[in-house]
Design a protein around this ligand. Structure first.
Ligand code: DGL
Length: 271
């Protein structure tokens, strides 16, 4: 990864950090709200997937990669566009970075507040499902709801496949849907929290193949609002013209494979 010198004359920008294409679900929401903001994608594809990594291995890796990518891009704000990383390393990132750090929090609070049946599902990577952070969040904001925890590592792989042009079938999603609907309490689930940034990329398919209609809730729009809030706080106004984007990856040999997935944010200049 080559370094780009930071210059204060650069237009305002945010770096969205993730292990893979999950950054795209967050970037789409930011683009909708702040179309002129320059986006840097900091993709740690050299350590993908994050979901099954141990906390001991993952925490220092996230801090090292995200801080290096912040330096390389000169971004004004770090958006940790990854629940697995946010639930693990936000305090450490805030300690080492002078720029604001926006993290993704699983949408447990709004889901629990909106549930009519009092039963919600939380779908995430194994890491996120098992984190103390997530347990505390449910304890604090679960509003007395029954929360069905659904680890779904295969959805990460399927989202990556979809963004590389593969079709996702009912059969691909059947095991995860069974873990949501055909389990104790599954008949009452009315809201599923998509607590991994890869999963909103499969919302259409989840909706199509689910045995009945429920709401699939994620945190992308809330993240975009938070970025907008920080820009005002920092007195940075993005230009009106569509923002540029840049892809930074940790595994350069994988670049070709991952690049196509980010094509909607063209022009991309890989460094
Ligand atoms: N996108 C990441 C998240 O939000 C996880 C993907 C992975 O397992 O690498 O949790």
């Amino acid at each position: 990864m080559a370094e780009v010198a930071y210059s204060n004359s650069l237009p305002p920008s945010a770096l969205i950090f993730d292990s893979g294409v999950g950054a795209i679900s967050i970037a789409r929401e930011i683009r909708r709200l702040l179309p002129g903001l320059t986006l840097h994608f900091g993709i740690d594809n050299g350590f993908y997937p994050y979901g099954s990594r141990s906390e001991e291995a993952l925490r220092p890796r996230i801090v090292e990669q995200a801080t290096a990518m912040m330096t390389a891009s000169g971004a004004d704000i770090l958006v940790v566009g990854c629940n697995t990383a946010s639930t693990l390393a936000l305090p450490q990132l805030r300690e080492v970075l002078s720029q604001p750090v926006v993290g993704v929090v699983p949408a447990v609070k709004p889901a629990a507040a909106a549930s009519r049946t009092g039963t919600i599902a939380l779908i995430a990577t194994e890491g996120t499902v098992n984190r103390n952070y997530t347990r505390d969040l449910i304890q604090q904001f679960g509003n007395g709801c029954r929360v069905i925890n659904v680890p779904a590592p295969e959805l990460v792989r399927l989202a990556e496949a979809k963004l590389r042009g593969e079709a996702i079938s009912a059969r691909d999603l059947a095991p995860v849907l069974a873990r949501i609907f055909h389990t104790a309490g599954g008949d009452s689930v009315d809201i599923a929290v998509l607590a991994c940034t890869h999963f909103p990329l499969l919302r259409e398919e989840l909706d199509r193949y689910a045995p009945r209609r429920i709401q699939w809730l994620d945190s992308g729009a809330a993240i975009a609002r938070r970025v907008g809030w920080w820009l005002e706080e920092l007195k940075l106004a993005p230009p009106d013209k569509p923002g540029a984007s840049q892809l930074l990856t940790s595994a350069v040999d994988e670049d070709k494979k991952i690049r196509g997935a980010f094509a909607e944010f063209d022009p991309l200049n890989t460094v």
